[in-house]
Design a protein around this ligand. Structure first.
Ligand code: SAM
Length: 249
C-alpha cells in the first residue's frame, strides 16, 4: 500500500481506515481518534458506524475526542473498551449551535483501554507540569471522600512536579485550520506524551489535517494517519512537507 505522504517519522494513507489498517497490519502503542461526531447535516459529518469495534484490533489504548452528547448517544458502540479518564479541551471561542444554552467552549477527550488488557499493560506516563522549580507545591492530605485510594494516589512534595490539570486550555484553530474540526498540536502533545512511549507508534484513523502526525513527529513518536477525503490528504501532505523535520526530538 503506497502512502500519500511519508517521511522518516510519519505516514499518511488515503482511504477508509477499515481497509487501510488491516492491509498495513499495524499495532499502535496509542490510538488517537477524532471521528466525525455526526451532530450536523454537513456532508463530511457522518459517524462511521461501529468504528470503535473496527479499531480494536490495532491497539489497546485510545484517546477519543467527542462531545458529552456524542459519548452518551454512542455509548453502546464502545463495548470492548473501558474508560480510564476524561480530559476537557477549553477553547478560546465557542462551537455551540444553540442560541438559548450556555456558550459551549469545550470538547472532551476520553481515554479508553481494551477490556482484555490490564491497566498495568497500558503505557501511561504520569502527566506533570514540568514547572517544579517555578513554584512551591505543598504536600496534600487526601480529602476524606476519596476513601481508600492509596495504591494509585499521587503525592506531590514541596518543589516537586505537580500533576497536570485535566482541563487543558488551547486556542482553537478557527481561522487557520485546514480541517473543519482541526485539533491544535498543543492539545495533542500532552495526550501523546501520556499514552505513547518515546519512539512508539501513534495511529490516527481520522487524520484530517494531520495534526496528530505533526504532534507525534515533534514529540519523537512515529505516526500513521488515515484520511478518507483526498482533498484533506492533499492539504495535510502539504502541511507535513513544509514543517521542518528538525522539530522532531
Ligand atoms: C473530525 S475530523 C478529524 C480532524 C483531525 N483530528 C484534525 O485535527 O484535523 C474527521 C475526519 O475523518 C475523516 N473520515 C471519516 N470517515 C473516515 C474513515 N472511515 N476512514 C478514514 N477517515 C475518515 C473525515 O474525512 C474527516 O476529515
Amino acid at each position: 500500500m503506497i502512502p500519500y505522504y511519508e517521511d522518516e517519522w510519519v505516514a499518511l494513507y488515503h482511504g477508509d481506515f477499515r481497509d487501510v489498517l488491516p492491509a498495513l497490519g499495524v499495532t499502535a502503542d496509542l490510538l488517537i481518534a477524532d471521528p466525525p461526531y455526526g451532530e450536523t447535516s454537513l456532508s463530511w459529518d457522518s459517524w462511521p458506524a461501529g468504528w470503535p469495534t473496527a479499531l480494536r484490533p490495532f491497539g489497546k489504548s485510545l484517546w477519543c475526542f467527542g462531545s458529552m452528547r456524542m459519548f452518551l448517544d454512542r455509548r453502546d458502540e464502545f463495548t470492548g473498551w473501558r474508560m480510564s479518564q476524561d480530559v476537557v479541551w477549553e477553547k478560546h471561542n465557542g462551537s455551540g449551535f444553540a442560541a438559548d444554552r450556555f456558550k459551549r467552549v469545550h470538547e472532551h477527550a476520553l481515554h479508553w483501554y481494551r477490556t482484555d488488557a490490564a491497566w498495568s499493560e497500558i503505557h501511561h506516563q504520569t502527566p506533570t507540569t514540568g514547572d517544579e522549580t517555578a513554584r512551591q507545591v505543598r504536600r496534600k492530605t487526601r480529602p476524606p471522600h476519596t476513601g481508600n485510594v492509596n495504591t494509585s494516589a499521587y503525592e506531590s512534595h514541596d518543589g516537586g512536579p505537580r500533576l497536570m490539570r485535566s482541563v487543558i486550555y488551547s486556542r482553537s484553530m478557527h481561522g487557520r485550520a485546514i480541517n473543519e474540526t482541526e485539533k491544535p498540536v498543543a492539545l495533542l502533545d500532552p495526550l501523546i506524551g501520556y499514552g505513547c512511549p518515546p519512539g512508539g507508534l501513534v495511529v490516527d484513523p481520522f487524520a484530517g489535517s494531520a495534526s496528530t502526525l505533526v504532534a507525534a513527529r515533534q514529540a519523537g513518536r512515529r505516526a500513521i494517519g488515515v484520511e478518507l477525503r483526498e482533498s484533506q490528504c492533499e492539504a495535510a501532505a502539504e502541511r507535513l512537507s513544509h514543517m521542518p523535520l528538525e522539530l522532531a526530538t
